[in-house]
Design a protein around this ligand. Structure first.
Ligand SMILES: [Fe+2]
Length: 300
C-alpha cells in the first residue's frame, strides 16, 4: 500500500500540523509524550519534523514515564547527558517502571516551580517527583510517576542469590519475560506510603483542583476501559497506585489526564489520553485515536 494511503502514518502529521496552527501563537508551549525507553530520536530536529511539530526555545516537553535516560552508567549515558545539555528547550519527566531508581536517588531533591524535582541535566532534563503540584506557564500539573511492571512473569532474579544461575536457566527455558533486581527492575517502581501522603497533602493545598495530571499508569477505570477496547477482560492488574488514582478520579478536578505505560497512542475519552510515540501540546487534550490491529497492547 502506498505510504500516502496509510492513515496510521498520516494522521499524526496532520494532527500535529493542526496543533501548530491552533496553539503555535502562544509564547511558550508545554508538550507531552509517552514512553521513550532510551530512544530519544523524537527530541531531535528530524524527529520533530517526522511528528509534524517544532519545539521552540524555552518550550517544555513532559515525558509520561519510561524515559530511561538513567539506566546504566556507561558511555551511552555520557553521550546522552551531553546531547540533552545542548537542547534549547527543557525535558521534564515522571518516573515509569523502567527507570534505574538507584541512579535517580543519587540526584538531590530540589524545589522548582512549586514542587520537588531532581535536575538530571541542570535546567534541561528535570525529573518531576511523585505527588507534586507544579505551575508551569500558568498551568498547574499534578505529577505522580511509577507503575507495576507487566513484563516479569518469568520472575525477578537476584544476582546475589546462590540460586541465581539455576533461576536464570529456569527463566530462560520458560520463555517468559524476566528481569534482574537492581539491574533491570527496581522495587521503587511503585510508590511508598509517604509519597501517597505527600501527594494528598499537596492536592489538598491546591484545593484538589489542577489543570493537568501527568502519570505513567492510569486509574483502575482507565485500565478497565482499555481492557474493553482490547476485548481483553482482566488484562491489567490493580495495585496500590492504580487504586490511588481511582480515588483521585472522584476527588480531583482536572482538565486532562495524560499517561504512558500502555504503549499506545489512544485518546480514551475527552479527559484521558494514553501516549506512546506521539507528541502533543497539553492544551490539545490529545487527539489521536489509533486502532491496534493486533488486538492486544504491547505492555511495558
Ligand atoms: Fe514502557
Amino acid at each position: 500500500m502506498p505510504a500516502f494511503l496509510d492513515i496510521k502514518v498520516q494522521m499524526p502529521v496532520l494532527y500535529s500540523s493542526y496543533y501548530i496552527f491552533m496553539w503555535g501563537g502562544e509564547e511558550f508551549m508545554v508538550y507531552v509524550t509517552g514512553d521513550c525507553h532510551g530512544d530519544f530520536r523524537r527530541f531531535s530536529k528530524k524527529g520533530q519534523k517526522n511528528s509534524g511539530i517544532k519545539i521552540a526555545d524555552d518550550d517544555y516537553i513532559i515525558v509520561c514515564g519510561d524515559f530511561a535516560l538513567l539506566w546504566a552508567k556507561n558511555r551511552e549515558l555520557e553521550y546522552n547527558l551531553r546531547w540533552f545539555s545542548q537542547l534549547p528547550y527543557t525535558v521534564l519527566w515522571v518516573q515509569g517502571n523502567h527507570e534505574n531508581y538507584n541512579m535517580i536517588e543519587g540526584y538531590p531533591l530540589e524545589e522548582w516551580h512549586g514542587g520537588k524535582v531532581r535536575h538530571i541535566v541542570r535546567d534541561k532534563v528535570i525529573l518531576l517527583e511523585r505527588g507534586q503540584v507544579f505551575t508551569i506557564e500558568d498551568k498547574t500539573f499534578f505529577t505522580f510517576g511509577g507503575a507495576s511492571s507487566h513484563d516479569i512473569s518469568g520472575g525477578i532474579l537476584d544476582r546475589g542469590s546462590p540460586a541465581y544461575k539455576a533461576d536464570y536457566r529456569r527463566a530462560k527455558r520458560s520463555g517468559k519475560p524476566f528481569r534482574i533486581l537492581n539491574e533491570s527492575w527496581w522495587e521503587h517502581e511503585l510508590s511508598d506510603e509517604a509519597e501517597f501522603e505527600e501527594g494528598s497533602r499537596n492536592l489538598a493545598r491546591a484545593g484538589y483542583k489542577v489543570d493537568y495530571v501527568i502519570s505513567h499508569c492510569g486509574s483502575n477505570r482507565l485500565q478497565k476501559a482499555l481492557e474493553c477496547y482490547y476485548m481483553s477482560p482482566g488484562w491489567f492488574g490493580q495495585d496500590i497506585l492504580t487504586n490511588y488514582f481511582e480515588e483521585l478520579e472522584d476527588k480531583l478536578q482536572y482538565k486532562h489526564w495524560f499517561c504512558g505505560h500502555y504503549h499506545e497512542d489512544l485518546r480514551m475519552d475527552s479527559r484521558h489520553t494514553i501516549l506512546y510515540h506521539s507528541v502533543a501540546p497539553v492544551e490539545s487534550g490529545g487527539v489521536y485515536i489509533r486502532v491496534n490491529k493486533a488486538g492486544f497492547p504491547n505492555q511495558g
